[in-house]
Write a protein that binds this ligand. Structure first.
Ligand code: DC
Length: 235
C-alpha cells in the first residue's frame, strides 16, 4: 500500500482526521511545499497565513486601528473566511486571493496576528477544519499550539537571503526591500507573547537552503511514511 492508502486506512480505523503541520518563517517555501504534500496525500491544504491576511485586509479597509485589540477580535470573529478550489481565498464571499498578498497587508497581518482574540478566533476555526478533514496546514503555530498532536510536524527554514531571493523572484520586487520586510515580520512573529513562531520540540527541522522543492517534498513524505507502519500510527 502506498502512503496515501496507509493514511486512508489509519483515518478510517481510528476515525481520526490526520494533520501534517508545517511551520516556519516568512518565505521559507511553506505554501509551495504544503500544497504539493496535500496533493500527494489527498489531504486538504490550509494556508493559515491567508486567514490572518484576510482579517488584516478587512481591518485596513474599514480603518480599524491595528492596536485596537477589541475591534480586531470582533472582526476576526465576524469574518467569514473560506477556501475554494484553485487556492482561492474568500472573505465574506469576496475573492481576495490577490488583495491579501499586497505588501501593506503582509505588514498588517503580522501586526493583527499579535492580538490574542484574533488568534483565538483563527485557532478555533483551524481546529474545526482539522476535525472535519485530514489536512496539511501551514503557518507559524500549527505544531506548537493549534495541533500539538499532529502526526507529522515540520519546521521549514532557509537562509534569510535565500528566502528573500525566492520571494523577489516571485513578486519582482527589489530583493533588499523584501529582505528588510521579511526580517521585520519574522522578528515580530518570533517575539510576540501569544503563540510566537518557534520550533516544536518534536518537529523535524528542515533547512531548504540547498534543497529543491521536490527534495523537500520527498523528505516530508519520508517522514509521513516513517510515522505510519502497517496502517498504524506510531508515536
Ligand atoms: O504565512 P504568511 O506570511 O502568509 O502569514 C502572514 C502573517 O500571519 C505572518 O506575518 C504571521 C501571521 N501568522 C501567524 O501568526 N500564525 C499563523 N499560523 C500563520 C500566519
Amino acid at each position: 500500500m502506498n502512503v496515501r492508502g496507509i493514511l486512508r486506512s489509519i483515518a478510517a480505523e481510528t476515525q481520526k482526521r490526520l494533520i501534517v503541520a508545517i511551520d516556519g518563517p516568512a518565505a521559507a517555501g511553506k505554501s509551495t511545499i504544503a500544497r504539493a504534500i496535500a496533493q500527494r496525500l489527498g489531504f486538504t491544504y490550509i494556508d493559515t497565513g491567508a486567514m490572518y491576511r484576510a482579517v488584516a485586509l478587512w481591518a485596513l479597509r474599514v480603518g480599524v486601528d491595528l492596536d485596537d485589540l477589541h475591534r480586531l477580535e470582533q472582526l476576526a470573529k465576524e469574518a467569514r473566511i473560506e477556501f475554494a478550489a484553485g487556492d482561492i481565498v474568500l472573505l465574506n464571499g469576496e475573492d481576495v486571493t490577490s488583495a491579501i498578498r499586497e505588501t501593506a497587508v503582509s505588514v498588517a497581518a503580522s501586526k493583527v496576528s499579535m492580538a490574542p482574540g484574533v488568534r483565538r478566533a483563527m485557532r478555533e476555526e483551524q481546529r474545526r477544519i482539522g476535525s472535519a478533514h485530514s489536512v496539511v496546514m501551514e503557518g507559524r503555530d500549527i505544531g506548537t499550539v493549534v495541533f500539538p498532536d499532529a502526526i507529522v510536524k515540520v519546521y521549514l527554514d532557509a537562509a534569510p537571503e535565500v528566502r528573500a531571493g525566492r520571494r523577489a523572484a516571485e513578486t519582482g520586487e527589489m530583493i533588499e526591500q523584501i529582505a528588510e520586510q521579511i526580517a521585520e515580520r519574522d522578528h515580530r512573529d518570533r517575539t510576540r507573547t501569544e503563540a510566537p513562531l518557534t520550533q516544536a520540540p518534536d518537529a523535524e527541522y528542515l533547512d531548504t537552503t540547498r534543497l529543491s522543492p521536490s527534495e523537500v517534498e520527498e523528505a516530508i513524505l519520508k517522514l509521513v511514511r516513517e510515522r505510519t507502519s502497517n496502517g498504524k500510527e506510531r508515536h
